[in-house]
Write a protein that binds this ligand. Structure first.
Ligand SMILES: [Zn+2]
Length: 120
């Protein structure tokens, strides 16, 4: 197992979970069919909505904390709250989604997770 790259580091870098070299995505969030370096089949490694729920929880906590901090620190006008919440609420998920999806795919690969199958 130790000859494999860490799922977290390859995932955060959006690299292939087996070789750590090939790129995982071909578009913003489209997973490649196979790794262009080692040929690993990535077509089944779709994490679906998995990353989204983590992002929602994390971003929700960050945005909520930021709004409270702003209010108690500067008591800014309401439009400032609206702008901050919109920027954080839209920008953070866009920043986080790719690395999160990369980590989840890498973890799936490492633990051989797949859709439930009865013949195994
Ligand atoms: Zn690879």
């Amino acid at each position: 197992m130790s000859d494999h790259p860490s799922p977290v580091s390859t995932g955060l870098a959006c690299k292939c979970p087996r070789c750590g070299e090939g790129r995982l995505f071909k578009g913003y969030l489209t997973v490649r069919e196979r790794c262009e370096v080692c040929g690993l089949d990535l077509s089944r490694a779709d994490s679906g909505d998995g990353p989204a729920i983590f992002i929602i929880l994390i971003v929700g906590a960050i945005v909520g904390a930021a709004i409270l901090y702003l209010e108690f620190t500067w008591q800014p006008a309401y439009w400032v709250h609206a702008v901050v919440a919109a920027v954080l609420g839209i920008g953070l998920p866009l920043l986080l989604l790719r690395p999160f999806k990369g980590v989840m795919i890498a973890l799936q690969y490492r633990h051989n997770a797949a859709e439930g199958r009865l013949d195994e």
